[in-house]
Ligand binder design. Structure first.
Ligand code: ADP
Ligand SMILES: Nc1ccn([C@@H]2O[C@H](COP(=O)(O)O)[C@@H](O)[C@H]2O)c(=O)n1
Length: 511
């Protein structure tokens, strides 16, 4: 297949986005296009496929083949039932080591946790999935953070057994394999990969694996939409992959252009521009006061002849001002301190504990220094959002978020400064905000920091979609122009630069 501009963009990220552990595979193949509408709400759930079948029937093989043949679609996650074995007591671990524990009975699975992780991933939220060790017969302490799947493949012997799990699937597959072949494969695999002896494997097979297969696994095949053979199944996998591709194409959205031209379809109302101004100047859009000092900074930054060193100096000054202004939005409480002369002085202390910054890579960088200068040791994360070379739509290529955001127990209390130098069409901003909300961060705990926000355009869409998000910016610019750019491969696409603007702030700051 010829290499596209997007392939080149993704190449350096490959090692970070592929995890081929048996338990969970996260494969971010070609970036994630918008998964929500202009109202900011998710448009559709992730597509969930269940692959059931006996032990060593080839479920993982089928799941991996599907992942491989879907290399051109956004994000595919394989979620294995193995990750959800119940936590065992010390006593039960000993029983398991003596080959006396029944890991094939439905009661051995923490179905509640399995279903809630799957429901979260399906509804586009993150999940912290357990990691299982077959040699220790136990869940490890660490969990695997998963987020952003467009397709989820659930794989496990009992994945079609439970009715709640079944209600979460969009496509149900059963891998039908000859019993002798399954036993032969299992013997080979368990001795080689799971540290078992031949006698142990045969004993476990006769006592637990085979009875469970007959009582629970095979009967669950009646719920399957498709029965796939356990060998020579490449034709079946091709058919399934084509079906999935069709489903995803039907779900793709394009709306950067609509956001850029929002004023044409979102009427301003009878009073002309009045509605626009009201929409802009609500209490949650805070613009720095236009002092001569601030105007001076903007003059240098807007001037195309300003050299890089000077640009960086003034951008850093502006970053400090924007960050300090945004600090007013955090919760403080009164405290007293004793001064060096022994007198009590009343003061204020920041009460929010989990405060972090999330940078939109490239554009948000200049604000990152400002945040680090104002909040000592602030935790920082990043989102890599780029424009697709041919459609121009934002695509989410990588997320690296601070633990207070990725951990569901903390994200509801976290305060996040989203750092992005400018909001133009607002398409990337909408995506970044959706990512934070998917993680459970509250709208009212998000402060979007920008040097420039363009009037009209996407800011109106963002304010309508997420009215409680606070936006702090240095200036409101006139609006958006129209232009064209060419990618490395010669693909031409439309752009909407902010006017008067500062050009590409990230490029001028870093290059
Ligand atoms: N279609 C197939 N053709 C050849 N070998 C296969 C096929 N499916 C599975 N295998 C082999 O069988 C073994 C068990 O397969 P796996 O997919 O891990 O089973 P399961 O996940 O159902 O336990 C592996 O060594 C795998 O390479
Ligand atoms: N500690 C454990 C847990 C599970 N098993 C066996 O794994 C089989 C399911 O995994 P597959 O990859 O084969 O689907 C199941 O049949 C359990 O007997 C185990 O041996 N030890």
């Amino acid at each position: 297949m010829p290499k596209t501009a997007l392939d080149s963009l993704l190449e350096p990220l490959r090692p970070y986005t592929q995890n081929t552990r048996k338990n969970t595979i996260l494969l971010t193949s070609h970036g994630r296009p918008p998964w929500y509408g202009e109202d900011g709400k998710p448009l559709s759930d992730a597509f969930v496929i269940a692959v059931a079948g006996g032990s060593a029937s080839g479920k993982t093989h089928v799941a991996r083949q599907i992942v491989q043949s879907l290399d051109s679609v956004p994000t595919v996650v394989v979620l294995s039932q193995d990750s959800f074995y119940n936590r065992l007591s010390e006593e039960d671990v000993k029983i398991a080591h003596a080959n006396e524990f029944d890991f094939d009975h439905p009661n051995s699975i923490d179905t509640g946790l399995f279903a809630s992780c799957l429901a979260d991933l399906k509804s586009c939220k993150q999940a912290n999935v357990p990691i299982y060790s077959f040699s220790e017969h136990q869940r490890l302490k660490e969990t695997k953070y998963l987020y952003g799947a467009a397709i989820i493949i659930v794989e496990g012997i009992l994945s079609l057994h439970d009715p709640i799990m079944r209600s979460l699937y969009d496509l149900k597959i059963f891998v039908q394999c000859d019993s002798d072949l399954m036993l032969a494969r299992r013997l080979k695999r368990d001795v080689k990969e799971r540290g078992r002896t031949v006698e142990g494997v045969l004993d476990q097979y006769l006592r637990f694996v085979k009875p469970s297969y007959d009582n629970f696994v095979q009967p669950s095949s009646k719920f399957a939409d498709i029965i796939v053979p356990g060998h020579n199944n490449s034709v079946a996998v091709d058919l399934i992959s084509n079906h999935l591709r069709g489903k995803l194409t039907a779900r793709s959205v394009r709306f950067r252009e609509r956001m850029a031209n929002v004023d044409r379809y979102l009427p301003l109302g009878a009073a002309g521009g009045t509605v626009l101004e009201e929409e802009l100047e609500g209490p949650n859009l805070i613009v720095l006061p236009r002092t001569p000092q601030l105007k001076g900074i903007y003059t240098v930054l807007r001037d195309r002849t300003t050299r890089r060193g000077e640009f960086v100096f003034f951008a850093d000054r502006l970053a400090n001002l924007v960050v300090e202004k945004s600090m007013e939005l955090l919760p403080f409480s009164p405290i007293s301190v004793t001064t060096p002369v022994g007198v009590t002085a009343k003061g204020m202390k920041l009460t929010a504990t989990d405060v972090c910054g999330v940078t939109i890579v490239g554009s948000g960088g200049p604000l990152e220094g400002g945040l680090s200068r104002v909040i000592r040791d602030v935790r920082l994360g990043s989102l890599l959002i780029q424009s697709h070379p041919s459609t121009g739509e934002p695509i989410l290529l990588h997320t690296m978020l601070p633990s207070c955001v990725t951990d569901r127990r903390k994200s509801g209390d976290a305060w996040v400064f989203l750092l992005d130098a400018q909001i133009g069409t607002g398409a990337s901003a909408l995506m970044a905000l959706r990512v934070l909300l998917d993680h459970g961060v509250k709208q009212e705990h998000i402060v979007y920091l920008a040097f420039i926000v363009a009037r009209g355009g996407g800011i109106r869409v963002i304010r309508r979609a997420f009215p409680d998000v606070r936006i702090v910016c240095g200036a409101l610019d006139d609006g958006l122009g129209e232009g064209w750019v060419s990618s490395e491969t010669g693909e031409r696409r439309r752009t909407w630069p902010i006017e008067p603007g500062m050009g590409s702030i990230g490029d001028r700051y870093y290059l």
